[in-house]
Design a protein around this ligand. Structure first.
Ligand code: SF4
Length: 938
């Protein structure tokens, strides 16, 4: 194995460690950096793999100038990794070189000049709990007028997202207040009606006051957030420039790597350094030319720009494949390193990928599998394990779902309220070494319910007959007695020591034990932090805080990268963040179809009241085109992780247009019916079905026929696109693009282009039908645009994704509002467009009244904004826009109740696996699974 990997690693190590192997361009830059040129900013931009970080590391290695090397990332900093790999131990301790993340520098700067030494950093979930703890001190209107707990939860989440964005942008409360005082004074200049102006002013004033109170509270309690640290450093540097001078006094050169990842607040810090100290320092920035950050470097410093186009990837063929993906004009790839295959079903796809991985493993190669659909990760891992191949998941694991953590939290909750049977029951259930028979436990629980007694009393009665229960009760009673003498962390440790679990975890022998060990350590850290936050180590105070922490956000188990690196097959979803240092021989991309990848663009935060005029760069509208560019960059990045082989796989007939050339790749292999559609053996058929989110489409599918839902969402069988789906999707895409660019002269052109781009062939009965529908769609879009151009509507948002928690069903609900409009009188309406394929008269009013989707989307707005929308409008799209009058409904308590009931009932039925078929002549006739369903009634 070592021999096989050696050439690649040798090249890499040689590249990193020797300045002799640098290219001509890199050598030139290295030479130029040996001499200090004060006041100059050099920007080196290039694609990933063009040697920027390597050259940066070489500069740091050879420089004799006092240098500060900064990176926007707190972890996974590529230049630091290169320096550490290539330099002798202790090199970084040399006094002339400081290397850290920009966040760490900001922390240091504040620690030195603003005495922020004892400040604790809050995670987003902890920040949310912090808001709850101080909710009465934050004057946010939506925190006061809520009618239910979920409404408050949504108000807190939404407000926190606003605060986070203001911090990320580097906007301090004072700057925000000044903006309101100077920019929101004259309704005339804003082109708003008097009511709209008053609404905007009120919304901004309230958000600004709440933000100001929140920042003050963070200071008062010596806590901060990651973005907040940078914001505070920025404020300090601006208020006291001499502090900044003093902090940078001994520095001659500042090198910034991965500059494309600088947040706007970080960019402001760098710009302040440049403005205040540019005559004394030299700046060098490396940035990816297709990076995530759209902020331009300002012109007020002397700039010297270099663009590097070469690439150091050890396999030039792989680099060619990767760079073709970035090109607009993607040519056909005739390349030996890339393969593409199709399977009949997902099960075939998984089986075939596992077969190919087995071959790779036999050749002692390292493999990375990236799935477009996150649910495929576990399927692949299970199948690999069944084939005796060690594979690890790179997916984030939720800390509070790991049994040892559930057990620890239940213990503290049960000690805090022993009469609450629920916590005691979860403790008994989650404790691994419990000697209590689960059937005995179930019987006791049944008794407690039928006889209305507490579980603790029922356990006391049962203890005479069960040694396991007696032991458990003795331990629990002992802990209860000591609960006001021992801290929570001590109680948890004592419990796991007595149950024997701690011993096992101290020296883990299996991967599962190692994971539990890490999880317990992470949980104990949370417990100790909670003790500090509530200023008491005792259970009655700490347990409620921990429970709130668990219920208000996600906490992930820290990843053990060294353990992951030793695994030869790693599996992750494309949506996950994958550590930079993972390099492999082969990369497999699975489930590559349009819906999964690139999928739909995620939208920004939904409140719509942020002072975007203050943002360093106006965030670009999140168009489909921009999303596609980001998706291509993502593919480019992951392809370059491989050194010998790239495999794309998809399910037959599922369209994937991102790489048109992939269909011409040399080794297309059609793998059909390989496993005869046998369900994957690891797919559970009993027990509760795991369901985390719902959408209107899912509910609609389930209500029409639960078996159809089962075939599509549980078995994940192929769902063929229909003519009406293609027609509707293309029209929606065209409308979304037009709405984004409606103020521009090329809006219509762009919309028609988007319509054409999203059109897919292959599902029409004939070419003639496709041509007729394509032309009708273009007419409908043109007619819609002509109508809208003269309509003068106040469109608040277009194609905005939303997600909100429905605690009543313990689920999150996701969807996309086609549009939200504000009427001249200030009324807010949710607008849904429905294509009218038949192009005939239609009763939109009746359709609107019957539409569950409109009711769900109104409820979503209510829960996310805390204000009920006035109503919803259904507009149909015909080739003569306006042929049918829109349907309009009002939002009421009844519409909310109906929507909520649909979510609750559907999630309950899906979890209970109620997937019985509901055949009907019309339903089956239009069902995509009619070919494979035995219950088809047609
Ligand atoms: S064919 Fe009919 S019964 Fe079968 S899944 Fe489709 S709608 Fe349900």
């Amino acid at each position: 194995m070592l021999r096989q990997r050696w050439p690649t690693y040798l090249q890499k190590i040689t590249r990193q460690s020797s300045t002799l192997s640098l290219s001509h361009e890199q050598q030139a830059l290295l030479e130029s950096q040996k001499h200090l040129e004060r006041g100059r900013l050099t920007i080196v931009s290039g694609l990933e793999g063009s040697g920027k970080s390597t050259c940066g590391a070489a500069i740091l290695k050879t420089t004799e100038l006092n240098t500060l090397a900064l990176s926007p990332r707190w972890i996974d900093n590529s230049m630091q990794r290169y320096v550490e790999d290539a330099m002798p131990i202790g090199f970084l301790d040399k006094s002339h070189l400081q290397m850290m993340s920009l966040g760490e520098w900001c922390e240091d700067f504040r620690r030195q000049y603003a005495s922020s030494a004892n400040e604790r950093l809050l995670s987003p979930a902890e920040a949310r709990v912090f808001i709850y703890q101080h909710i009465d001190e934050i004057p946010r209107a939506s925190f006061r007028g809520f009618k239910s707990k979920p409404m408050l939860q949504n108000a807190v989440s939404d407000t926190l997202r606003c605060f986070q964005e203001l911090e990320r942008q580097g906007i301090a409360p004072d700057e925000y207040a000044l903006y309101i005082q100077t920019n929101l004074v004259d309704p005339e200049s804003t082109k708003l009606t008097a009511k709209q102006f008053t609404d905007k002013l009120t919304a901004h004033t309230n958000l600004c006051e709440a933000y100001s109170a929140y920042r003050e509270l963070l200071k008062k309690y010596h806590v901060n957030t990651r973005h907040g640290v940078v914001l505070d450093a920025l404020e300090l540097a601006r208020e006291h420039p001499y502090y900044l001078h003093s902090a940078l006094e001994h520095i001659q050169k500042i090198v910034i790597d991965d500059a494309e990842h600088l947040t706007p607040a970080m960019m402001r810090v760098i710009l302040t350094c440049i403005m205040d100290t540019s005559p004394e320092h030299e700046f060098l920035a490396f940035e990816n030319k297709f990076g995530a950050n759209s902020i331009e470097w300002p012109n007020f410093v002397r700039q010297f720009k270099l663009e590097w186009n070469h690439n150091f990837h050890p396999n030039i063929e792989i680099y060619k494949v990767a760079s073709q993906i970035l090109s607009d004009n993607q040519k056909s790839s005739s390349n030996d390193v890339v393969e593409m295959f199709e399977s009949a079903t997902l099960h075939d796809e998984v089986a075939h990928v596992v077969k190919l991985i087995t071959e790779e493993k036999n050749a002692e190669k390292r493999v990375l599998v990236l799935t477009a659909d996150p649910s495929t990760v576990q399927l692949v891992i299970n199948q690999l394990h069944q084939s005796d191949i060690c594979a690890a998941s790179l997916e984030h694991k939720e800390l509070f779902k790991i049994p040892i953590v559930r057990s620890g939290l239940s213990l503290l909750m049960a000690l805090a309220s022993p009469s609450d049977s629920l916590h005691l029951f979860s403790l008994l259930q989650a404790t691994q070494n419990s000697q209590i028979d689960t059937t005995v436990l179930a019987k006791i629980m049944e008794d407690t319910t039928s006889r209305h007694i507490n579980l603790i009393d029922a356990l006391a009665t049962a203890a005479t007959e069960s040694e396991g229960i007696e032991l458990f009760l003795t331990l629990f009673n002992r802990l209860q007695k000591e609960s006001m003498m021992l801290s929570c962390a001590e109680l948890v440790q004592l419990y796991f020591t007595e149950t024997g679990e701690l011993n096992k975890l101290m020296e883990p022998e299996s991967e599962a034990d190692a994971e539990s060990s890490m999880a317990l350590a992470a949980f104990l850290r949370h417990v100790i932090e909670a003790q500090n936050v509530v200023r008491s180590p005792y259970v009655p105070f700490v347990a409620p805080y921990l429970q709130q922490l668990q219920s208000t956000g996600r906490h992930y188990l820290p990843r053990d990268l060294s353990a992951l690196k030793s695994n030869d097959v790693l599996v992750a979803s494309l949506k996950n963040s994958i550590p930079e240092q993972i390099e492999v021989d082969s990369v497999f991309f699975m489930n590559m179809h349009d819906n999964a990848f690139p999928g739909r663009a995620r939208r920004g935060i939904g409140s719509g009241i942020l002072p975007t005029e203050l943002f360093l760069s106006k965030e670009k509208p999140n168009t489909r085109l921009e999303h596609l560019t980001k998706s291509r960059n993502q593919l480019f990045h992951h392809i370059q992780r491989a050194t010998s082989r790239i495999v794309f796989s998809k399910v037959h007939d599922k369209p994937w247009h991102l790489l048109p050339w992939a269909h011409d790749a040399k080794s297309i292999e059609n793998v059909k019916q390989e496993t005869q559609q046998e369900p994957i053996s690891t797919m559970p058929t009993s027990g509760t079905f795991e369901l985390h989110h719902l959408s209107f489409t899912q509910i609609d599918e389930f209500v029409r026929c639960p078996h159809r839902y089962y075939l599509s969402r549980v078995l994940k069988l192929e769902q063929k696109p229909t003519a009406s789906m293609v027609y509707g999707r293309s029209l929606h895409e065209g409308i979304a693009v037009w709405s984004q660019y409606s103020k521009e002269s090329t809006a219509r052109e762009k919309a028609l282009e988007a319509f054409e781009l999203s059109w897919t062939s292959g599902c029409f009965r004939s070419k003639l039908e496709e041509k007729a529908l394509f032309s009708m769609g273009q007419d409908a879009l043109n007619s819609f645009i002509s109508h809208e151009e003269n309509a003068q509507k106040d469109i608040i948002t277009v194609e905005e994704s939303f997600e909100f928690e429905v605690p009543e069903a313990d689920i999150s609900f996701q969807g996309v509002w086609d549009r939200i409009e504000r009427m001249p009188n200030g009324d807010i309406y949710i607008v849904e467009f429905k294509s009218n394929l038949a192009n005939v008269a239609r009763d939109n009013q009746k359709l609107a009244e019957e539409s569950l989707q409109l009711k769900l989307y109104m409820l979503a707005y209510y829960r996310l904004h805390g204000i009920r929308p006035t109503g919803a409008i259904l507009r149909s799209l015909e080739d003569q826009h306006g042929l049918n009058a829109p349907g309009i409904i009002q939002a009421t308590d009844d519409t909310d109740t109906e929507a909520l009931a649909a979510v609750v009932n559907t999630s309950k039925a899906i979890r209970a696996r109620s997937f019985d078929p509901k055949p009907s002549y019309l339903g089956c006739a239009f069902c995509s699974f009619a070919d494979v369903c035995n219950n088809n009634s047609t």
